[in-house]
Design a protein around this ligand. Structure first.
Ligand code: IMP
Ligand code: MG
Length: 171
């Protein structure tokens, strides 16, 4: 245990669930190339582990948006810090997120990326806090639904710390 972090989802549980998600995604995208968009920095660990297990062809791009600053509560504003390198036109895009909280970040991303004419656009998130949703977003793949607690680890940070923990925990 580091700095009083209580394990909520163990490393083993996370990895097992990623196996299941990758199987489902590989089945759903059979015959296609899936273009993963990793939302930096939180979904880096999840994106890599998931991508390694997907059996259809995978391409990846990265985008960085900021909605929180260093606070625990959403500012409600979304800013693009780094845009995609490549066009998504005609691609089967799967956005990879670490966590959906208010849903504002994803609602914004879906609207923005939707204007760039992808062939399809879906969302995969490791964690979902449905109690906190203020904006409706349709999420195709969810790793775990969790209660309204601030969590860290496996990519998620508190003031940029704890991203490297192999499990998800409560500070
Ligand atoms: P939303 O726009 O409110 O859905 O916020 C999504 C973003 O907020 C995520 O991509 C995270 O970066 C951050 N976030 C939301 N909840 C947590 C949490 O419990 N721990 C760490 N980051 C969080
Ligand atoms: Mg964050």
């Amino acid at each position: 245990m580091i700095d009083n972090i209580k394990v909520m989802i163990s490393e083993e549980k996370i990895q097992k669930r990623i196996d299941e998600l990758a199987k489902q995604i590989s089945k759903d995208y059979e015959g296609k190339n899936v273009h993963l968009i990793c939302i930096l920095k939180g979904s880096v660990f999840f994106s890599c582990d998931l991508a390694k297990r997907i059996t259809v062809p995978v391409t990846m791009d990265f985008m960085s948006v900021s909605s929180y600053g260093d606070e625990k509560v959403s500012s409600g504003r979304v800013r693009i810090v780094k845009d995609l390198d490549e066009s998504i036109q005609g691609k089967d895009v799967l956005i990879i997120e670490d966590i959906i909280d208010s849903g504002r970040t994803l609602a914004y991303l879906i609207e923005l990326l939707g204007t760039r004419a992808p062939n399809s656009l879906n969302i995969c998130t490791l964690l979902d806090k449905p109690d906190r949703r203020v904006t409706d977003v349709l999420v195709k793949y969810v790793g775990f639904e969790i209660p309204d607690e601030f969590v860290v680890g496996y990519g998620l940070d508190y003031q940029q710390k704890y991203r490297n923990l192999p499990y998800v925990g409560i500070v």
